[in-house]
Design a protein around this ligand. Structure first.
Ligand SMILES: CC(=O)SCCNC(=O)CCNC(=O)[C@H](O)C(C)(C)COP(=O)(O)OP(=O)(O)OC[C@H]1O[C@@H](n2cnc3c(N)ncnc32)[C@H](O)[C@@H]1OP(=O)(O)O
Ligand SMILES: CC(C)C(=O)C(=O)O
Ligand SMILES: [Mg+2]
Length: 527
């Protein structure tokens, strides 16, 4: 076996407690099958330890830990226990079938918890902890010891408590900031003190267990790593009691991405991260916030033009890790009101509309500029623009050659008024305005446009469909009109159906004016 050298990165063990502390999230209760499914995925992910449950809690939890012990291979399987004999014996029984087992004994370290919750003296806490660790060691060589709430405890007491636990046989000492109170500097300093005063020279691992009440769980865990911790306790998606625990994906990717800084590595197969995140979210019913680091919907998405342009030119301008590294698809460009021309052109190219500047759709630079203006108008109203929106924009693109542009449209309609529309059209010769009534708002808009342009085709067919997703979905109107012996199809798109109809009508009129562009005209068939 090769011996590690002083320059080898330190190995940080990942202790996953999604099934124990994660399940303590309000409203979450996983059944056996669900826990087993997650445990198998955690093993594929490569975690070092799975805290499978707290066996004294219920027969169900006991059964579940037993089943995971029997069926999941790879990680150490751990069960939680208070310092009570019954808890330790129950945990030991549940872990019997595990290839490698750990009993995790915990007490309280802070004055407030010792006095008011345990109702013991500090000396009694030390005594019961020592007894508990010794008892646990009768069942397994791997015993972890925790004193809850260390960051609000007297640090001299913490040192005494953990020293006694080590003497009693604890092989891992876990330093829980149970209520997420510590700052990275304070927590890091305590870990350094534990390392220097009681762990140095012994075969005992220091572990971190942080909660996110002040949003500092990840920073605190990493500060612990900088100061000698070699195990991080964490949960997938950071779920857990109150504001949750340190999130697994964040610490793993921080250590991976900043290995230059931490000089450390985990055994995690990072490509499984996204899968386990989605699984835990689905089974617990806890959605992941879109801006959540690593696993949030937006974590690898770029929306603003300057960022998109940078990423298209060179990914590293705005990306510190590859999406593929955590099992996600390559970073996506979200098209919206902040997007610029570079991303717009790339999106059209991905959809096959632009190849080297020009293709069958005739999208040269000028055409793209016209479409880009329409895209911005649409994005202002609709927010996110999907691929279908872009397709629809391009396919209604005969507006590119339009003589008449819709400047504005105002429609008055209701149950007791005659529908009336006023349009303002921009033309190469200046503005044209007209107002008209109709049977409904759509007819009024079409009549007003006909008046302004002086062209009144006959409406033959009219079809309205929603072409995109979202609350403000785009409506596409196809208006088949007859004029001068020809049938012409006008297409209009807008989030408002009256506006989409007006645009379709105007689109048809523009084709008539332009001499009826071939691609959108079907000549009359003679029977
Ligand atoms: C920080 C953490 O995440 S700790 C883990 C928290 N997880 C859970 O509590 C989930 C599972 N818990 C349960 O199902 C129940 O609380 C049980 C089965 C453990 C205990 O249930 P009950 O016997 O009804 O006790 P209850 O929950 O009301 O109170 C907890 C008792 O444990 C004691 N206790 C708390 N921590 C410890 C400890 N580390 N060691 C010994 N006793 C402890 C309390 O002092 C209290 O004792 P008391 O009843 O003599 O006052
Ligand atoms: C059981 C212990 C380690 C715990 O979850 C905490 O203190 O937060
Ligand atoms: Mg906890």
């Amino acid at each position: 076996m090769t011996q590690p050298t002083s320059t080898d990165p330190r190995r940080i063990h990942i202790f996953d407690t999604t099934l124990r502390d994660g399940e303590q999230s309000p409203g979450v209760a996983l059944n056996h099958a669900q826990k087993l499914e997650i445990a198998h995925q955690l093993a594929r992910l490569g975690v070092d330890v799975i805290e499978a449950g707290f066996p004294i809690t219920s027969d169900g939890d006991f059964e579940c830990v037993s089943r995971i012990s029997r069926e999941v291979r790879g990680p150490v399987i751990c069960g939680l226990a208070r310092t009570a004999r019954a808890d330790i014996e129950r945990a030991a029984k549940a872990l019997e079938a595990a290839a490698r087992s750990r009993i995790h004994v915990f007490t309280s370290a802070s004055k407030v918890q010792i006095e008011h919750m345990l109702r013991k003296t500090p000396e009694q806490v030390i005594e019961s902890s020592v007894q508990a660790v010794r008892l646990a060691r009768q069942y397994t060589d791997d015993v972890e010891f925790s004193g809850q709430d260390v960051m609000r405890a007297d640090f001299d007491f913490v040192i005494r408590l953990y020293r006694e636990a080590i003497e009693a046989g604890a092989t891992v000492i876990n330093i829980p900031d149970t209520v997420g109170y510590g700052t990275p500097q304070e927590y890091g300093a305590l870990i350094a003190r534990v390392r220097d005063e009681i762990v140095q020279g012994r075969n005992v691992a220091i572990s971190t267990h942080c909660h996110d009440d002040l949003g500092m769980a990840t920073a605190n865990s990493l500060a612990a790593v900088e100061n000698g911790a070699t195990q991080i306790e964490c949960t997938v998606n950071g779920i857990g009691e109150r504001a949750g625990n340190t999130s697994l994906e964040e610490v793993v990717m921080a250590i991976h991405t900043r290995r230059d800084h931490y000089q450390a590595q985990t055994g995690i197969n990072t490509r499984e991260i996204n899968r386990v995140s989605r699984m835990v979210s689905r089974l617990t019913g806890m959605p992941v916030q879109p801006n959540k680091a690593i696993v949030g919907e937006n974590a690898f998405a770029h929306e603003s033009g300057i960022h998109q342009d940078g990423v298209l030119k060179h990914k590293e301008t705005y990306e510190i890790m590859n999406a593929e590294l955590v099992g996600r698809e390559a970073a996506v460009m979200v098209m919206g009101k902040h997007s610029g021309r570079a991303a717009f052109r790339k999106a059209l190219s991905d959809l096959g509309y632009v190849t080297d500047g020009q293709n069958d759709f005739g999208l040269n630079d000028e055409a793209i500029n016209v479409l880009f203006t329409r895209f911005k108008e649409l994005a202002d109203r609709k927010g996110q623009i999907y691929a279908d929106d872009l397709r629809a924009l391009v396919e209604a693109g005969a507006e590119i050659a339009q003589t008449f542009h819709l400047g504005s449209l105002q429609v008055l309609s209701g149950t007791h008024v005659t529908p009336t529309a006023t349009v303002r059209l921009e033309t190469p010769d200046g503005l044209r305005e007209a107002a008209s009534t109709g049977d409904g708002p759509v007819a009024a808009a079409m009549n007003a446009i006909s008046q302004a342009t002086g062209i009144t085709p006959e409406l033959e067919t009219y079809r309205l469909q929603s072409v995109t997703r979202g609350n403000e979905a785009l409506g596409e109107v196809s208006a088949g009109v007859r004029y001068g012996g020809m049938t012409i199809m006008g297409i209009g798109l807008a989030t408002d159906v009256v506006e989409a109809s007006a645009r379709a009508w105007l689109h048809a009129i523009n084709q008539i004016v332009a001499g009826a562009g071939k691609s959108r005209i079907e000549t009359e068939t003679t029977v």
